[in-house]
Write a protein of this length. Structure first.
Lengths: 359, 330, 317
């Protein structure tokens, strides 16, 4: 088991380097001048010269990359050209939004998807089965941004005034703000230190923060703001998971060892829960890594629709503004997150399927 | 022959399969019984309905299959009409079954010890610790080498012979009254085959379990059977005790089968195969199903052979054959 | 029949791959029959046919020119709601089945013409990705060694990024526009076909039939083109059909973000994207393009599903 994990970890290192290199190159390849993009078309050559010197853009490309890599290793990602703030600070503020969204989407997609898939498989060819599969098919055919907008219209406008109303944008209702847990508990925090940044990163997960500090009002508010985005985002992965769970469970239930289990007198409920499910979940776990990619992509669109200040939306804006530090860092972060998730999926596959450990 | 009470009595069992357009009859009106400590072998070609009969008894037919009529009497219960929870209590407990391909018949993500121990937890309500101890005992009984470490391994780490031993261990855990073995050695090497069969015989001597052994291998039948049931196209064509059927077969099919066994030492140019093909189940003839390949019909042709399905004629001493030409013992 | 033919025939009797040696025409007939016997295949084909019809007949069925600004010609308000005479709209007003968009154009006509764009996006992206992917995958599998390694490593790098994000990044480099969006989506989806083809070719390569043919002197390239590739292609066909669905969705997503088809092109995603801030006041401008996307994508998804079931060799009893 351990050699399996170690091998997987070792392979990740060159991939990480490749990602760093690729994002650096890609960012630099974007045509257009960051100076003109940020300061405007009328910026004179003088101003731009000073601008480039300030941000180190006048040095040769290879030097820039070496400097960049050195700083990355120490955790310094530079300053955003557009906002003149450290990229890490922007990350700390924005990443939690995307994480809450993506994680929420993933959890909902898995729970609902697996549940629907199991029911469809057990009630094979019944009307429930057909209905679920129709809904699943429609679900994967819907553009996520359209679904988000339609949900916002339905719950944000049409149902206004009823108890079903849900806020169509933002993370918290105007006027409310989340108080970080370390402030509530009265911790000593040195502003600007690494420890402060890490704490702030965690505190920006409003839902968890409110849960941990027992702030029921903020918790409810934050959750209500997340409901529509999460539903929109999770629909496609949920449909895919439901379909794969169903077909996988159906296939497993036809296998010889299920027949053996029945011949042993195992009760039908236990046949599904103890014998079939663990085998049936293997293909589902396999595609989970892929689904995360879809969730991250979908997060970009969902954040745009619901006005959430997350990493995805920031990235698109940064591309327009040629804000290299943000483009590089955010892309690297997303790629690293994606890679980590696939790593976790690989490892958990090893836990679930003993046959794989021998490889 | 002493009169022993039958453990299992199958009467007029008919099993069908739903296929797209029509329904196909895989098992047509078979009846037999097995006594305590007795081994009954069901013999026939692939597709003759022997496996389906076994699955019907256990209630393990695939979704497309269903029992059309008949009864399966086990200890004063008709297995075909008991509730599913009652059937679950009997399976693995009083009636067990082992299958042809041991490799695919074990759950690949569960340890061997857990799979064997599961039976004790379900039927004897033991705790996890107790069931694992019992499982270890069963592995020792089926002579698996190094059983302690085998308990913690997974099925893909076992050879075919080992896996089949594990299956037997699971099947015999609760000392069942009946063991149904569906081609248990077909997927194994010949040397392993005899080991497995010996194991079964040994355990049977101790526990007096009735065994229903399904096979297409006449050598296995000769070695293991007390009684034989020969099936063809879903019907029983001959039944009797093994010596009688082997030494004086009556039904033309049985005769042809016996003739097709090559004898070591005898010089022949060609092997005696049965000409023709088994009729497909959706296009069965009106009369005797073996008639087209029968080599004896030319001697005494009766229009009945083509016109009506012969019933089983009882010859003597529980020896019967389904043939118009052999109404009395010859 | 020459020696090769006879040997292959004997060998194939022992293979389950008897599909390999059947005449292509009868195979297609059987597949078609199986496809049509299932609901999903039929509905999918119907939907696709419907969209195709609309695309082809666009000039005839669209009441207005999709780029025509109506500001002087008719008395219409910006983003006006649909006016359907049958549902009660005043007969004196001209009919606009799906309303007027933010530039005083008839949305119904734009949606109709949008079908042309979406269909061509779907087919061109997938064609590019399939041709490129199959070629690379076949080369990698057939030659093995370092060629295989390099090609597959590049595929892995592409697959190491979430697909839409990488497409966004590529479009950022190339500049927004429909052609660059197509290229980006094609590049991002190519690796799947490469991997699939490679796996198929590898498994067919190892069949005894192929090894025997090579020892008898058959030319490897001819073998690759005439026998191995056609039979490895069935999963590719299924993936391609489903790929058209995802390509249309991805293209709409890129257009929504402003990176794909640019206004005034009547691409459904662009139409949706430019009106998204007005969803509360003019929901019809968001609703109809989305439904159009959904119907088209659903058609290809259902058809792809039906195709997959029809081509599944395991159902060959």
């Amino acid at each position: 088991m351990i050699p399996y994990i170690l091998k997987r970890l070792l392979i990740s290192i060159p991939v990480l380097f490749g990602i760093l290199l690729l994002t650096f190159v890609l960012a630099r390849l974007i045509p257009g001048d960051p100076c003109k993009a940020i300061l405007g078309e009328k910026a004179t050559a003088d101003v731009c010269e000073r601008f480039e010197k300030k941000f180190g853009l006048d040095k040769p490309i290879t030097t820039q990359f070496v400097l960049y890599s050195k700083r990355v290793v120490t955790g310094d990602f530079g300053n955003s050209i557009r906002f003149s703030r450290p990229v890490t600070q922007i990350l700390v503020e924005r990443f939690p939004v995307t994480i809450e969204l993506a994680m929420g989407g993933l959890i909902v997609a898995i729970i609902v998807g697996v549940f629907l898939g199991i029911i469809s498989a057990l009630r094979h060819n019944s009307s429930i089965d057909v209905a679920t599969m129709v809904i699943a098919n429609v679900g994967i055919s819907m553009p996520v941004f359209w679904l988000g907008l339609m949900l916002a219209y339905l719950f944000g406008l049409m149902l206004k005034g009823t108890i079903f109303w849900l806020p169509p944008s933002g993370r918290l209702t105007a006027g409310l703000s989340s108080i970080p847990f370390y402030e509530v508990w009265g911790w000593e925090v040195v502003y600007g230190s690494t420890k402060a940044k890490i704490l702030e990163f965690f505190a920006n997960h409003y839902i968890l923060n409110a849960l941990v500090t027992g702030n029921w009002e903020i918790f409810k508010d934050a959750v209500r703001h997340m409901i529509l985005p999460i539903i929109a985002l999770s629909t496609i992965p949920m449909a895919i998971i439901a379909r794969i769970t169903r077909s996988s469970l159906l296939e497993v239930l036809g296998r010889d060892y299920i027949r053996t289990a029945k011949a042993k007198g195992v009760k039908s409920f236990d046949i599904v829960s103890k014998h079939a499910l663990r085998n049936a979940m293997l293909p589902v776990v396999t595609i989970l890594g892929l689904q995360m990619g879809g969730l991250l992509s979908g997060a970009v669109l969902t954040e745009t629709v619901f006005g959430l200040a997350g990493v995805g939306r920031m990235l698109v804006e940064a591309i327009y503004a040629r804000d290299y530090p943000i483009i590089q860092t955010f892309t690297v972060m997303i790629a690293v997150a994606y890679m980590l998730i696939n790593l976790i999926v690989d490892i958990s596959y090893g836990f679930l399927d003993p046959r794989v450990r021998l490889e | 022959m002493s009169k022993q009470s039958a453990q299992l009595e199958v009467k007029n069992l008919t099993t069908c399969f739903r296929t797209g357009t029509e329904n196909v009859t895989a098992v047509d009106d078979i009846s037999f019984s097995v006594n305590k400590g007795e081994t009954l072998c069901i013999v026939g070609e692939s597709g003759c309905g022997k496996s389906v009969s076994a699955l019907s008894i256990m209630g393990l037919l695939p979704p497309a299959g269903y029992v059309k009529s008949g009864s399966v009497n086990f200890q004063n219960n008709n297995l075909l009409s008991v509730s599913s929870s009652q059937l679950e209590k009997l399976r693995g407990n009083r009636i067990s079954m082992i299958f042809q391909d041991p490799g695919s018949s074990l759950n690949p993500v569960m340890k061997i010890g857990d799979q064997v121990g599961e039976i004790f937890r379900i039927h004897l309500k033991m705790s996890k610790k107790e069931s694992l101890e019992k499982a270890l005992g069963m592995l020792k009984q089926v002579e698996i080498p190094d059983p302690e470490s085998r308990m913690l391994t997974y099925p893909h780490e076992l050879s075919g012979g080992m896996a089949q031993r594990v299956m037997i261990a699971m099947a015999l855990s609760c000392n069942p009254d009946i063991l149904i073995a569906d081609e248990p050695t077909t997927a194994l090497d010949v040397t392993i085959q005899s080991q497995i069969l010996n194991l079964m015989t040994q355990i049977q001597k101790k526990t007096e379990t009735a065994i229903i052994l399904i096979t297409h291998d006449l050598g296995v039948v000769a070695e293991m059977a007390d009684k034989v049931l020969v099936m063809y196209c879903g019907q029983i064509v001959e039944h009797g005790d093994v010596k009688t059927v082997f030494n004086s077969p009556v039904h033309p099919y049985t005769k042809a089968l016996m003739k097709s066994i090559p004898i070591i030492g005898k010089k022949t140019k060609k092997l005696d195969a049965i000409p023709g093909r088994v009729p497909s189940l959706d296009m069965l003839p009106k009369g005797c199903r073996f008639e087209q390949r029968c080599s004896e019909k030319n001697i005494q042709i009766t229009p009945d052979c083509q016109g009506r399905i012969p019933p089983i004629f009882n010859l003597n001493n529980n020896h019967g054959s389904r043939c118009w030409l052999k109404k009395e013992n010859q | 029949m020459n020696k090769l033919g006879r040997v292959s025939e004997n060998l194939s009797k022992n293979l389950d791959e008897d599909l390999l040696l059947q005449e292509p025409v009868s195979v297609w007939k059987r597949i078609y029959k199986r496809l049509m016997s299932r609901r999903s295949g039929k509905i999918g084909l119907f939907l696709i046919g419907f969209v195709f019809f609309i695309a082809v007949a666009a000039p005839i069925i669209a009441p207005y020119d999709p780029q025509q600004v109506l500001i002087g010609k008719e008395k219409v308000k910006k983003r006006e709601a649909p006016c359907i005479h049958m549902l009660g709209c005043d007969i004196s007003k001209p009919a606009h089945l799906m309303g007027i968009d933010g530039n005083f154009r008839d949305q119904y006509s734009r949606i109709i013409y949008g079908s042309r764009i979406s269909l061509s996006i779907g087919f061109s992206t997938v064609s590019f990705a399939v041709i490129g992917g199959v070629l690379l995958g076949a080369l990698a599998a057939f030659f093995g060694g370092w060629i295989d390694n390099i090609i597959m490593r590049i595929m892995d790098v592409i697959l190491g990024f979430p697909s839409l994000l990488l497409a966004i990044a590529i479009v950022a480099v190339l500049g927004p526009g429909i052609r660059n969006a197509l290229l980006a989506i094609a590049i991002v989806t190519l690796p799947a076909y490469a991997r699939l083809t490679r796996a198929s070719v590898l498994s067919v390569k190892e069949l005894d039939f192929v090894k025997a043919s090579i020892t008898l002197g058959a030319s490897p390239t001819r073998l690759l083109l005439s026998r191995i590739l056609p039979n490895s292609l069935t999963p590719v066909v299924v993936l391609a059909t489903l790929g058209i669905a995802t390509a249309i969705l991805d293209a709409a997503g890129l257009s929504f973000l402003g990176l794909g088809a640019q206004p005034p092109t009547p691409e459904w995603g662009t139409m949706l994207g430019s009106e998204r801030n007005q969803v509360f006041s003019a929901p019809h401008l968001v609703f109809f393009p989305g439904i159009a996307i959904m119907i088209t994508v659903l058609g290809f998804n259902l058809f792809g599903d039906g195709l997959r079931d029809a081509l599944d060799p395991r159902l060959n009893n």
